[in-house]
Structure formats: C-alpha cells, structure tokens
Ligand binder design. Structure first.
Ligand SMILES: Nc1ncnc2c1ncn2[C@@H]1O[C@H](COP(=O)(O)OP(=O)(O)OP(=O)(O)O)[C@@H](O)[C@H]1O
Ligand SMILES: [Mg+2]
Length: 276
C-alpha cells in the first residue's frame, strides 16, 4: 500500500506587524497606505488596529461599511476594499480605553479569533508604540509572519526602533525591512531639506542587515489623504509620498517572497493530509 503523503501547507493569511517602538512616527499612516498599495498590487488585505489606547486607523480610512455581527462572528468594516477592525469602531470617539494590559490584548485576540476576515493574503497590524506588555503579548499570541519597522531619520526614533527590532528578534519574528518616514522635504524648486536628519534608516539597515524598503518624504498629501480617509494610490494624488508608498509595497512583497523561498517561515507551516 502506498504511503500517504504529508504536504507542507502554508496558512493563507500572513500576519504582518507594522511597528516602530516610538510614538508618532507614522505607524498608522503606513499601515493604512501600505494596505492600499498592496491592494493595488492585487492582494486581499485586512488592517487590524493593535493600538487599543490610541486607535487611529478608523479615522484614516473611509467607511464604506461598518462592522456587524453575523453567525456569532464580527464582520470587519470595509474601506475601499480593505477589511478593517479597530477598537474605535466599538467606542465613542472621545472615550479613552481605560483597561489593563490583559484586557487590551484580549481585545486584540478577539479581533483575530472572533472575526471573520475571510480569505486574506495579508493582515497588517498597526502595533502600539513601545516594547511593553501589549506588543510582546501580541507577538506571543499571533503567529506573525514578519514585521515592518518604521522610523524617522532622527536619533531618538532610531534608538526606539532598535529596541523594537531586538525584541522582535528575541521573539523569533522575522524582520521584513525598515521604512524611513519624514525623510526629507522637497521644495517646488527641487531643493531638499532634512529637518529630522539624513539617512538614519539607511544606517540602521546597514548596521542590522535588514533591507531599507523605502523612504517617505514629508508630503502634505500624506496628511491630506489621512484626514480625508483616502488612499494615496488614488489618481488624485501625484506627490513623492505616493510613489514612495507604492514602491515600498513592491519591495515588501519581494522580501516576503524571499522569506518564503528561504523556508524561514517554516514555523508557520501546517501539515495537510494528502490522499494517495
Ligand atoms: N510622510 C508624512 N508627511 C506628512 N505627514 C505625515 C507623514 N507621515 C505621517 N504624517 C502625519 O503625522 C501624524 C502622525 O502619524 P501617525 O498617526 O501615522 O503616527 P503613529 O506612529 O501611528 O502615532 P501613534 O504612536 O500616536 O499611534 C499624522 O497626522 C500623519 O498624517
Ligand atoms: Mg498610530
């Protein structure tokens, strides 16, 4: 009798952390706009707001459909084809979440386990700032495929992102790459200035060995897109941040493919019974 074959089967949805260590460097903006960029490349994408104490993803996205309940499951909100869940969907705007860390991580677990995300390719998780209890527990509870780290070129941001990088390494989460935000400002004349310093992301990339996925300039189109809940991939945007985000999306997919090929993601493989 022929032996049954076990075949390695990769779980379809890849959970990807978007993290910084430091607050206010553009995590939520990158999560939202990277989601749109990946969608433009043809992928099915979901966004999970992991920032329970300062959920801002909802504000940055249009609301084509709010979350609802079906068959005991939470059906995520829809924003231009992206599926989205944030605590902000379930609480009034002005009310802060005053909960201890175990409750906060419980809410995130619920967003993963009790929601019907459907057949996604990528679920991007907007990580809370810091390397405290909540980000560490998310790493333990969610089988992350990898992490994208975002920093500004400034030393104080680099210091914090290095801590985040080390904590992901310690938790065994592969680092997919580094994104530098607020890299420079380009005037209409073409002259560039560097208010937050120069090439911090590149130096971190060289020192750590992780690829620099791209540099996003200071561009009023970014804040405009966020405030209006729009995608930078929309034809109404033409600025340098738009092309930076789109090329970061492509660079990220390239890194994911490399990681897949190298079989480094072995820990996330499942076995599937194959009848002979
Ligand atoms: N490249 C950019 N050009 C212009 N504005 C930007 C850029 N990146 C981010 N911003 C603006 O900076 C602000 C902070 O960004 P964002 O909320 O994404 O940061 P964050 O890291 O998620 O912050 P927090 O730690 O509070 O969650 C937002 O108002 C956003 O619109
Ligand atoms: Mg944020």
């Amino acid at each position: 009798m022929p032996l049954p074959l076990y075949e390695k089967k990769e779980p379809k949805t890849k959970y990807i952390a978007v993290a910084a260590g430091k607050g206010g460097v553009g995590k939520s903006t990158l999560t939202a706009q990277l989601g749109f960029a990946l969608k433009k490349l043809g992928f099915k994408v979901g966004l999970l707001d992991g920032d329970i104490y300062g959920p801002s993803l909802r504000k940055m996205l249009p609301e084509d459909k709010l979350p609802f309940q079906k068959d005991g499951k939470i059906m995520p909100a829809l924003a231009l084809g992206l599926k989205v869940l944030s605590l902000a969907h379930f609480r009034p705007d002005e009310k802060a979440a005053i909960v201890r860390a175990p409750i906060a991580t419980g809410i995130i677990s619920q967003f993963i386990n009790d929601a019907d995300w459907g057949d996604l390719d990528y679920l991007l998780i907007d990580f809370p700032p810091g390397t405290g209890d909540i980000p560490l527990t998310i790493c333990q509870k969610i089988p992350l495929f990898g992490a994208v780290l975002i920093t500004t070129p400034q030393a104080v941001s680099l210091l914090d992102v290095k801590k985040a990088l080390l904590s992901f390494e310690e938790m065994g989460v592969p680092i997919l790459g580094i994104v530098e935000n607020l890299s420079y400002f380009e005037e209409a004349s073409g002259v560039k200035s560097y208010p937050f310093g120069k090439k911090g992301g590149e130096s971190l990339s060289l020192a750590s060995g992780y690829p620099l996925l791209g540099e996003i300039p200071i561009d009023e189109e970014v804040s405009k897109a966020s405030d209006l809940g729009k995608s930078l991939c929309d034809a109404s945007f033409h600025g340098p941040a738009k092309s930076a985000i789109e090329s970061i999306g492509k660079a990220l997919i390239k890194e994911i493919e490399i990681l897949n090929k190298n079989d480094l993601a072995l820990k996330s493989f499942e076995l599937e019974w194959k009848e002979m």
